[in-house]
Design a protein around this ligand. Structure first.
Ligand SMILES: Cc1cc2nc3c(=O)[nH]c(=O)nc-3n(C[C@H](O)[C@H](O)[C@H](O)COP(=O)(O)OP(=O)(O)OC[C@H]3O[C@@H](n4cnc5c(N)ncnc54)[C@H](O)[C@@H]3O)c2cc1C
Length: 400
């Protein structure tokens, strides 16, 4: 069993070690124990693989393949479904990018205008006097990680007991989680708030908290009703952008971003990659913990890439068109190949710099993973419809 979650060593090999250590526990013991949170530094049934999956140091495919090989599908179904929640949220947001844009706009508005700064500071520093809630706030600040159930309880108390804006809670998580993610975080907060599945809110209760913290916490005075939060209707899902493949066999510069630190399984190692740059830029990294994790992981990824593609690989601090154009030119490349960036700040940065690169005769090709091509189109409705497809889609991949 693992203990201290604050110790996420930022490398693919550390992620694979964690997976190897966890894989035996991914079957029925995960299903039975995953809801219990005994607190930081204590044995747990969950994997704590989230930072590795978030930055794709270890991919969903790596994790699901290892778990299925060890257990087969039925005993590991619950764990596989949890991994696919991540894939589902990514696909769902990809087809509804305005939900991210709206969140950013509303968060920025609330940051400027929310009047009760004192209540906000008390919530963020863990000094509201609410048992459990204060402990999770401090745990998040100290470790950059919270158990899934603690995230749910925390978000629910933030919204319905403290009556703070959900967007500021989501912002607090983004600034402190090591695994902070545009899709998983925003959509989970929306789910708790009753926006994601309209009318279905998540209300934390003292009994449930006491039961799943093994009696560590039993907070008093929690809201007993969840009020309705409304918003204008969400636009219908738009078609996914067509997957791009690197059509040209031109000499290329490989660009690695924090959204996918596993380029070896995106670009083929026999592609004419002349050089690589790994961007450890702040785009999509909201907090210090995530930034430190990615900066170290970027250096480790550059070393891996240099060996895998037999080329020079450097870490870039800024993801801007001029720096990329210089790197491409000095590699003699007119094409930059990168893993597809899903909705979020890295995608926004790539969208900004693409025209400028094109103006200099350089094409940016975003290659989407087979995993995303396979699952994302099914994220049109709720998770339960999506979940029904999982066994068949895994079978298509020869994974079960
Ligand atoms: C309010 C709230 C905010 C959240 N914010 C984030 C976030 O920013 N980044 C993030 O990666 N996850 C987020 N989650 C989802 C989930 O809490 C974490 O992925 C999980 O707790 C990570 O711990 P683990 O690796 O031990 O999970 P395990 O239980 O071991 O699950 C394995 C993997 O499956 C995925 N996963 C599991 N549960 C979920 C879930 N409910 N939603 C999406 N993916 C899941 C994760 O990649 C996780 O690493 C949030 C959940 C809530 C309720």
């Amino acid at each position: 069993m693992q203990d201290d979650p604050s110790d996420f060593e930022p490398s693919r090999s550390a992620g694979l070690d964690r997976l190897a250590e966890f894989v035996n526990r991914a079957g029925r013991s995960y299903a039975a124990g995953r809801n219990t949170d005994d607190g930081p530094g204590r044995a747990t049934a969950v994997s704590k693989l989230s930072p590795y999956l978030r930055y794709r140091l270890v991919t969903e495919r790596d994790v699901v393949a290892a778990v299925l090989e060890r257990h087969g599908f039925e005993p590991a179904e619950k764990f596989v479904q949890e991994v696919l929640w991540r894939t589902y949220w990514k696909g769902w947001l990809e087809m509804r990018p305005t939900v991210w844009a709206r969140f950013v706009e509303e968060r920025d508005r609330q940051r400027q205008t929310f009047p009760n700064k004192r209540a906000l500071t008390a919530a963020e520093s863990g000094s509201t006097g609410i048992e459990g809630f204060d402990d999770w706030a401090r745990e998040l600040l100290a470790t950059g990680y919270l158990h899934n159930h603690a995230r749910m309880w925390f978000a629910s108390i933030w919204i319905f007991t403290l009556r703070l804006p959900w967007t500021l809670g989501a912002d607090f998580f983004l600034r402190h989680l090591v695994d902070a993610d545009a899709a998983s975080n925003t959509l989970s907060w929306r789910w708790v708030a009753g926006l994601q599945t309209v009318g279905k809110t998540y209300l934390a209760t003292a009994d449930n908290i006491a039961r799943y913290t093994n009696g560590r916490f039993s907070p008093k005075g929690l809201a007993t009703e969840a009020f309705a939060i409304t918003e204008p209707p969400i636009p219908r899902p738009q078609p996914l952008p067509r997957p791009m493949r690197s059509a040209s066999s031109d000499q290329s510069l490989l660009l690695v971003t924090s959204d996918d630190l596993n380029p070896e399984t995106v670009a083929r190692t026999d592609m004419p990659i002349k050089a690589a740059v790994v961007a450890s830029s702040p785009d999509g990294l909201w907090g210090d913990r995530a930034r430190v994790f990615v900066a170290k992981a970027a250096a480790e990824t550059a070393s891996r890439v240099a060996v895998s593609f037999d080329c020079e690989a450097n870490v870039l601090v800024d993801l801007d068109a001029e720096t990329l154009a210089i790197a491409a030119r000095s590699a003699g490349a007119h094409q930059i190949v990168t893993a597809y960036a899903p909705v979020g700040p890295v995608a926004d940065a790539l969208a900004r710099l693409t025209p400028s690169l094109a103006g200099q005769g350089i094409t940016l090709v975003q290659v989407r993973r087979d995993w995303d091509d396979l699952f994302w189109p099914h994220a049109t409705k709720g998770f339960f419809k999506f979940r029904e497809q999982i066994p068949e889609l895994l079978r298509e991949q020869g994974m079960r």
